[in-house]
Design a protein. Structure first.
Lengths: 247, 438
């Protein structure tokens, strides 16, 4: 039986916007195909994980206050994480996790939370605490050279700058900054984005892209995934794309 | 003088609305407040003002407190319809005051939106504040719950009135330390109930101590993050309990406080918390226990908040769920019921609901007990269908209809017991569509 090992970062802290749903969607789509999903949670106080032991690492978004608490904890794994990314372990990072992998996060009061500095982008909070990029969002990205639309919901005060390789072009919503044309960060085996929703729940193609990427690497093969019954997902996409893009 | 004119104008307007057969909601308050935001100062109120705030349970608790006082033959003015922002409270007062701003009542009892406590009671003297719980709720509209709590905490720093707090919610109990000079803080709690768990079963907030950031330790969770907690570092949580509910029996719908058994019409652990708050609050005003017992045994709310009705002989339970905890509490009731049942979940994403529906992923659909079919509807019918399917519920037992009428027609095509969960703007349309079949 094939299996994928998923490291789930800080499930009890980075869990504010339903991002846990991404783990559930991955598990669902793996198990429906007879592939075992081994999900290992890691949080503050747990034994140190070796990121190289996993096929996929996932981190979501959390409350502002709690994010500071865990940034310190995550920094101790900086070298190990860098190594894992270079080794091809897939990283899916949402919102707060996206920000933490950059150079730094500068808070409203000018306080700096150091990031892992793995990527060159950085994030600064807007001076006005109440001003946030909030709303439904649709972006267009390319998965294996195929254009596809990604639907999600963004809710972030932080504005992310200097993103070398964005995840997609914004068709509806804000993106990395207010009124931006680009959203997220995408590099081979790393997708970092502000999209909640949860992201994978309305984008089965993206979920399968990630699953295939991880399986191909692990089993050194070109694996064909069995199609699943995505009737609800397809109807949902059809309904929402027409609602958001036809206005 | 200006205030007098506002009052005259509002009285005339109110009369006009009455003649037109309209209630007006918070319309009067909106106009008066725009005219003079300081108008609250103008009223002459000589009776205690009691306010209830929380994420969930405001309407029920507010109405139950009012019901107890009315049963004790007191004159109560209250925003029973749930208009709980500054304009709603103002409307309620305007409708019930004299032209000189006098309010004649024994008690004013208000449910207040958790964001508006500091705004309204800046100028109105509050006698008792009851705080039930804080949960994540419409994050895209309200922001993170922490900033809301901090605003109330700031208000409480100079408040010296009665403060009735749920000691089992770490986000609420912390408010008791906002003003060390206030000696009128009363904590209530509920003894562990039959379905309490040792691990958190549903999404919650209380993870770290608000005073020292240490991870909180829980002896048990009643629901969400409500339960018996303690900070291992600074001992936060170890408060003296003023009223403790014991012998919680949801099947027979009873609980006891100080060895007196109360019969209620509701069967959820979350209602027990509401009613302990009601008893605590009533006893602070020396309402006789027999009267409280009588009042609670007859109290119901016919507005889709755990409303139990029969439609064509089919038992139906309707409950509002605006946020994960509201939905999780509904599912607890459903799962604690062994009978076969069907579920209708109606999910809208209108402005008042929040456009963000990702909160449905914080609902625990993992182990549904004897649910033979689920129908989803509302503007985000497919989103909720995906959520339920991903939790492992069989896809072929889920039906989705964007059209509410179609959904309800299909829902009542058999005689199986019905549970209905609807979010904010979908509740009343769902309820009236169902009642049409009656």
């Amino acid at each position: 039986m094939k299996e994928l090992k998923i490291l789930y970062l800080y499930p009890d802290i980075l869990e504010l916007y339903g991002d846990f749903g991404n783990i559930q969607v991955l598990q669902y789509r793996l198990e429906k195909r007879g592939i075992r999903a081994i999900i290992v949670p890691y949080s503050i106080g747990d034994d140190a994980p070796n990121f190289n032991d996993y096929d996929l690492v996932f981190g979501g978004g959390g409350a502002d206050q709690e994010q500071g608490i865990l940034a310190e904890d995550l920094l101790q794994y900086k070298d190990n994480i860098k190594q894992a990314i270079n080794n091809g372990v897939f990283f899916l990072l949402i919102c707060g996790s996206y920000q933490l992998f950059g150079k730094y996060y500068k808070g409203v009061e000018g306080n700096i939370i150091s990031g892992l500095e793995i990527f060159d982008y950085y994030t600064e909070a807007l001076a006005d605490r109440k001003k946030r990029c909030i709303g439904n969002i649709v972006i267009e990205t390319k998965l294996n050279e195929r254009k596809t639309k990604i639907i999600g919901f963004e809710n972030h005060g932080g504005q992310t700058f200097d993103v070398a390789t964005p995840f997609g072009d914004v068709l509806f919503g804000n993106g990395n900054k207010f009124g931006d044309t680009q959203e997220g960060f995408f590099m081979d085996n790393v997708i970092a984005t502000y999209l909640h929703g949860p992201l994978l729940s309305k984008n089965p193609e993206l979920a399968d892209y990630i699953i295939k990427h991880c399986l191909d690497r692990k089993y050194k093969d070109n694996i064909i995934l069995n199609p699943l019954n995505d009737e609800f997902e397809n109807k949902c996409r059809e309904q929402l794309l027409s609602k958001f893009l036809n206005n | 003088m200006k205030n007098f004119f506002i009052l005259v104008a509002m009285k005339i307007l109110h009369l006009g609305l009455k003649i037109a057969g309209k209630n007006g909601g918070n319309f009067l308050g909106k106009i008066a407040y725009d005219w003079n935001p300081n108008i609250f100062r103008y009223f002459k109120i000589n009776c205690p003002i009691i306010a209830v705030t929380a994420t969930n349970g405001k309407t029920m608790t507010n109405n139950a407190i009012g019901h107890v006082f009315k049963t004790a033959e007191k004159k109560v003015i209250s925003n029973t319809e749930g208009n709980n922002m500054e304009t709603g409270i103002l409307s309620t007062i305007l409708k019930n005051c004299t032209l000189t701003g006098k309010v004649k009542a024994d008690y004013l009892v208000f449910e207040v939106d958790e964001g508006y406590v500091p705004v309204i009671f800046k100028d109105l003297k509050l006698d008792t504040l009851v705080v039930l719980d804080f949960f994540r709720d419409q994050l895209d509209r309200n922001g993170e719950v922490e900033s809301l709590i901090l605003r109330i905490n700031e208000f409480l720093k100079t408040y010296t009135g009665n403060l009735v707090l749920n000691n089992d919610d770490p986000n609420v109990a912390r408010l008791g330390q906002a003003n060390p000079e206030n000696h009128n803080v009363y904590y209530f709690s509920v003894q562990k109930y039959a379905y309490a768990t040792t691990n958190m079963k549903e999404a919650g907030e209380g993870k770290f101590c608000p005073f020292c950031n240490t991870r909180l330790e829980y002896e048990y969770y009643q629901y969400s993050h409500v339960g018996k907690f303690r900070c291992p570092n600074c001992n936060y949580g170890n408060n003296e309990i003023y009223k403790l509910a014991t012998n919680v029996d949801l099947k027979n719908r009873t609980f006891a406080i100080d060895d007196i058994t109360y019969q209620i019409k509701f069967n959820s652990i979350y209602n027990i918390y509401n009613f302990v708050a009601v008893v605590t609050c009533s006893q602070l005003y020396h309402i006789n226990t027999e009267i409280i017992k009588k009042a609670l045994s007859t109290f119901v709310l016919n507005n889709g908040r755990l409303e139990e009705i029969e439609i064509k002989g089919i038992p139906t339970i309707i409950n509002l769920a605006k946020n994960p905890t509201g939905a999780n509490v509904s599912l607890r009731i459903l799962n604690e019921d062994e009978e076969e049942k069907e579920l209708l979940f109606v999910l809208n994403d209108n402005l008042a609901d929040g456009h963000d529906v990702s909160w449905i992923w914080d609902i625990n659909f993992d182990t549904l007990n004897n649910v033979s079919r689920i129908i989803t509807s509302g503007t985000r019918a497919y989103d909720i269908a995906i959520r339920i399917k991903t939790a492992g519920y069989p896809t072929n037992k889920i039906e989705s209809y964007l059209n509410l009428h179609d959904a309800i027609e299909r829902f009542y095509q058999n005689n199986v017991k019905k549970y209905v969960i609807a979010n904010y703007t979908s509740l009343q349309p769902t309820r009236s569509e169902i009642l049409k079949l009656k």
